[in-house]
Design a protein around this ligand. Sequence first.
Ligand SMILES: Cc1cc2nc3c(=O)[nH]c(=O)nc-3n(C[C@H](O)[C@H](O)[C@H](O)COP(=O)(O)OP(=O)(O)OC[C@H]3O[C@@H](n4cnc5c(N)ncnc54)[C@H](O)[C@@H]3O)c2cc1C
Length: 450
Amino acid sequence: MPIDFTLTPEQKAMQAAARQFAQEVLKPLVRAADAEPDPQKGFQMMKPVYEIAYQHGLVTGGFPREYGGAGMSNLDLQIAFEEICAVDCGFAFILGVNALALFPVLAYGTEEQKKRFITEACNDPTHSYLCGYAASEPAGVPGGTANFDHPSPQGGIRTTADLVNGEYVINGRKFWPSSSAGWDMKGADMNSVVVRTDRTKGGREGLSVLMVPRGTPGVRYEPCIDKMGMRINQNCDIVFENARVPAENALAIGNGELVINNGFTFTGPVVGIAAVGVARAAYEYVLQWCKTYTAGGTDPIIYHQNVGYMLGDIAMRIEAARYLSWKSAHYLDLYGFDGAQGLSAMTKVFCSEICTQVVYDCMRVMGQNSYDRAAHPLDKLMRDMLGFPIFDGGNMGMQRRKLWGLMAGEKFDPRAYAACDRVHFGKENEGIGVVTTRPEALSEPAAAGR
Ligand SMILES: Cc1cc2nc3c(=O)[nH]c(=O)nc-3n(C[C@H](O)[C@H](O)[C@H](O)COP(=O)(O)OP(=O)(O)OC[C@H]3O[C@@H](n4cnc5c(N)ncnc54)[C@H](O)[C@@H]3O)c2cc1C
């Protein structure tokens, strides 16, 4: 395919439809839901909009047609996602996490599992079907998530699942998963959960994924996490106490850490274009402000050179981030998870960090009025944006570490992305940077947060 960034007539129509949905259906509800002090209530306020989005194919559009999806490419989804994120990225992630939760089935499941789980998600007559993806774990000692591929069974993922009489018995706790508690705090319709199925092995051999349906006894949902931004997205605290699922619900046995890494490969371009959407919203708002606000002068502030130069810098960063997101989505369409890993990590890190700077620069250009949260949207855009570098695999402990593991490999070809070649990432690239280098004298672990 030649290098060509022209949108097809179909892509332009999809962009227009997504923009209309975002502006006319979603936007009127966002301000009140974001301001709602109870995060679960804010999430629930979105259910009617979610049902409309489901009917528009925005929830399951990326799944293969044979299971009831629309077979949309990752590149096409980028175009729709930017429009929704320009209005509210938290809502966009409620849509997107369904694909993240079910991709392990597509990538690692048997044909029977694909038919069972994906067909069900794509054909819900209530249009409210929700899936959650639960990998992250709470703070503690040991605790957290970044070192999920730790070589020792004493590190990494702590949630365990033991095979007893044809059932996996799950114990542990997950913290942060999106949508997992469902619309009513009784559980999403389905959760894919990364667990330790072999207590004797490290993160590269001992982890697997279990599909945990709503209503599974032994699963409890604690109150949702009260976040500073992306407030419309639900983030959960899940406790598993001898929860049982049949062995037929297991997949990626011994490859759970690859599921986590491949999940980031899928989400890299999605988070990239989401950051573009939020940054674009800030830029367009501030550009208009600069063309009308005089700051006590006789002419609008855009006629000050520093304002014009900064707006130019803001615009060029957004353009660069958008094209990198498109390129890595295209890579994902070409090569799937095994091939797009490095470029997805670059996209997630670059776009989330450069777009955070963009929103901050928009506030600097606009001046003190950007700090007025009642009159202007910059407060919400900044709160939302600050989550991008630290979620979906923090840029430090997970995303950069993954890229580092790839680049350190003997076969890594630094020209591969320019040549549009497949870049393989496998178990041999995992586990870099997780082993402690703490001197013996400092061996007492520091107390963690909560
Ligand atoms: C809005 C939102 C939605 C989310 N949705 C989901 C979801 O659907 N499912 C899910 O499972 N999770 C979800 N999460 C959690 C998210 O994926 C986190 O990125 C993930 O839990 C890892 O966080 P962390 O990198 O801060 O890890 P932590 O383990 O808490 O690490 C903390 C910090 O320690 C440092 N660090 C740790 N180890 C290393 C190392 N080896 N090398 C260098 N630095 C290191 C890094 O600076 C890292 O940022 C969500 C979070 C948010 C905010």
